[in-house]
Design a protein around this ligand. Sequence first.
Ligand code: DGP
Length: 113
Amino acid sequence: MSDCLFCKIIAGEIPSTKVYENDAVYAFRDIAPMAPVHVLVVPKEHIPSADGVNEQNSTYVARIFEAIPKIAASEGLSNGYRVITNCGEDGCQSVKHLHFHILGGKKLPETMA
Ligand code: DGP
């Protein structure tokens, strides 16, 4: 999508710090990290949010979750980490391209909401 920030990052039109890439998935460092390790993992196809996952595009979600352990290992997250996706207004999703936050590198707070 031409006006999507993460589509532009995937296309290389906006710079990012890449940590992983394959034919379906792109992962890069969050611009405002909330933990020592904060990586965003996105599908290369524009899917607006978790609410936009369906039978036609769910392979991207599987491919993302195949990539996550590889990214976690390369980031040294051997003691665990958190994976989050924010969805829609109440979920405080600010970028409308499906993305999963990988957070780690410290003991994270127990509270989720
Ligand atoms: P969310 O609130 O779940 O939609 O998360 C969006 C995240 O995207 C947020 O943690 C900050 C990050 N972000 C926003 N703009 C940029 C950018 O231009 N570059 C990078 N690397 N991250 C960005």
